[in-house]
Write a protein that binds this ligand. Structure first.
Ligand SMILES: [Zn+2]
Length: 628
């Protein structure tokens, strides 16, 4: 099975690249751009910056202290290898195969005879191996190598990349096993890599090593740092924690591994701990976009309700990691709340990051941009994650390759099976062919213009008796299902049809796509008195390009009484730009009165994921309310 995550058991089973293909639409376009532009873009930047040559220098014995790139630059090569492997599995593209071979040869040459593989430590002129577990990222890099090998193994089979990963995993188990050094990595990732490679190769000891790393964490195992041990989740054992904290990507990669270990070990205590953390973090520490992490200083979660829109960090990688967690939890439990959050994150974080040409990316994804960013030079590395404009590459460039590997394997997140049928979670023009354990075959074709339209047609391709289940998103109150000519209302959750299907029949799900207001919990102080507009799975935003006075987006106020009106691809609300007169002091003994005599206008909203496509702009999702 060619799926990124393959638990040995769970409430539902994932379908892989061989069973599901996306044939067009919103995600089909993005997969195509990823394949034709982003993959080569990533390789050329890593070549240009010397991140690939770092492997050659280790192999040739020419390393020196002035190595280019951060200590985690090896991981970008591995994430690209993972993306290329899913891409080759999806399309059989010979260019992807050639790139895999090219990169694998350079990586393999740099592996030490005992399996250690890292271009930043342990060679001439460098610090010794594992001499900075807190910030050195050695095991983190290895974790991404193992995930790349899983992709290669499942789409192609054993080859040099898989053999390199196996030797690296064995080295980790020898060095950090029960009788080895009792250390952990400051950046979780080795755990999720070990768990999945263990599943892919049937190597139980890799899963056990992942469990050991998980349970070692949270006891002050790492040195304290200025940001505190919560930064790398070494403050509280994962089984005792009840919310995510610290660096968001670290917290989420760690949690993904915890689900893997819990499922493989039948460890219900651990699974319940993770579900508890998911619940509180989603209820109190997650943006309306699905974005996670509000603090810039440590790229981390804030306190409960600390969700400022303009200071939202919402790293693209945290979106990827959130999907990794929710998908694993969904496979374990079948709970639709997890696939609901995946949809929200896909449309409002993952889709937001890459430019339409696939050669520039957002790293941070704020919900409010006060001043337009400076257009990024397509030929320069951006030193900053928070630029207000998509950049071709970053000094810390974790997000582009993370988007690439997610998009290349995206069809793996569309559907699942159980013992009696097929569950469809994400809607895209696609074909799905799957077999039940008793041999019954299910084949469907999905026709939809989602999310532009809420009509999803599921065309049955063969005669068989089984249960079709379609996810009705939490926002989709008033949805209807048309089966055999009969329409019936369906509630958010899973709408099911169980019967003997005939080839050619069509079951239609109608999701209400009228734009709607969404109100925040008043404890999110930063957006109290504001409302957002959503349409289907898309969060909408106002962009300065669409306003008569672009400089005055700060002064936007909307009248919520008329409600948002539908417009192709977005919505309109009634609002005005009523800036008070400038004063020498922004505070006063009297509450500010709305400016008089300013006309109400129609304010257009567009999907947040498309913001800054037309050049730098100021933008906001949360709209202050003013009643006339
Ligand atoms: Zn990132």
């Amino acid at each position: 099975m060619t799926s990124p995550v393959l638990p040995s058991h769970g409430r539902v089973r994932p379908l892989g690249l061989a069973q599901v293909s996306i044939t067009g639409g919103f995600w089909g376009r993005r997969q195509a751009v990823n394949a034709t532009a982003t993959l080569a873009h990533c390789e050329s930047w890593m070549e240009r910056l010397g991140w690939l040559a770092n492997f050659d220098r280790v192999a040739d014995g020419t390393t020196s202290p002035d190595r280019p790139g951060w200590s985690f630059s090896d991981s970008e090569v591995y994430k690209l290898l993972e993306a290329l492997s899913w891409e080759w599995g999806r399309t059989g593209d010979p260019e992807a195969e050639a790139a895999i071979k090219r990169l694998t040869a350079r990586v393999a040459r740099a592996q030490d005879p005992d399996g250690y593989l890292n271009t930043c430590f342990g060679h001439g002129g460098q610090q010794p191996r594992y001499s900075d577990l807190e910030m050195g990222h050695e095991l983190y890099n290895t974790g991404h190598l193992l995930q790349a090998a899983v992709a290669r193994l499942r789409t192609h089979g054993e080859d040099d990349l898989v053999r390199v990963a196996r030797r690296a995993a064995d080295h980790v188990c020898r060095t950090f096993g029960p009788d080895g050094r009792p250390g952990i990595c400051g950046h979780p990732e080795i755990e999720v890599g070990l768990a999945e490679l263990g599943r892919a190769l049937g190597e139980e000891r890799y899963v056990e090593q992942a469990r050991l790393f998980l349970d070692r964490r949270g006891h002050g195992t790492l040195r304290d740092i200025p940001l505190g041990r919560a930064y790398f989740q070494d403050d509280i054992p994962i089984r005792q924690a009840d919310v995510w904290r610290g660096h968001a990507v670290r917290a989420l990669y760690l949690t993904a591994a915890a689900v893997d270990v819990a499922v493989e070990r039948g460890d219900d205590e651990l699974l319940r701990a993770v579900e508890r953390q998911w619940e509180r973090s989603v209820a109190r520490r997650t943006y309306i976009t699905g974005g996670m992490g509000s603090r810039h200083q440590d790229e981390g979660f804030g306190e409960d309700w600390e969700l400022p829109p303009d200071r939202a960090y919402c790293e693209t990688c945290a979106g990827v990691a959130s999907i990794m967690v929710s998908w694993r939890l969904h496979l374990a439990t079948g709970d639709v709340r997890y696939t609901d959050l995946i949809e929200r994150t896909l449309y409002n974080v993952i889709a937001t990051s890459p430019s339409p040409d696939g050669r520039a990316f957002f790293y941070a994804n704020p919900l409010h941009q006060r001043a337009p960013g400076r257009p990024a030079d397509a030929d320069e590395v951006s030193p900053r994650a928070e630029a207000g404009a998509r950049a071709a590459w970053f000094d810390v460039s974790c997000c582009p390759t993370n988007v690439a590997r997610t998009l290349a394997g995206l069809q793996g997140y569309l559907a699942t099976t159980d013992d009696d049928g097929l569950q469809i979670h994400q809607y895209a023009p696609s074909t799905i062919r799957a077999e039940l354990p008793d041999g019954r075959e299910m084949a469907v074709e999905i026709e939809t213009a989602y999310p532009e339209s809420g009509t999803i047609r599921v065309r049955i391709l063969n005669d068989a008796l089984w249960t079709l289940a379609l996810r009705v998103p939490a926002w989709a109150a008033g949805a209807t299902l048309v089966d055999d000519g009969h329409a019936r209302p369906v509630e958010p959750g899973m709408a099911t049809v169980r019967r003997a299907f005939r080839a050619g029949e069509v079951i239609t799900l109608e999701l209400p796509m009228e734009p709607r207001f969404t109100w925040p919990d008043p404890r999110i102080d930063a957006v109290r008195g504001c409302v957002a507009v959503e349409r289907g799975p898309e969060v909408l935003c106002v962009e300065s390009h669409d306003l008569p006075h672009p400089g005055r987006l700060d002064a936007l106020a909307i009248d919520p009484l008329p409600g948002p009106r539908a417009e192709p691809g977005g919505a309109r609300v009634r609002g005005r730009l009523a800036a008070p007169p400038d004063r020498p002091w922004a505070y006063s003994g009297a509450a500010a009165a709305p400016a008089a005599g300013v006309e109400w206008i129609d304010v257009p909203l567009r999907p947040y994921h498309s913001w800054a496509h037309r050049g730098p702009s100021s933008m906001r999702i949360w709209l202050p309310i003013e009643r006339e």
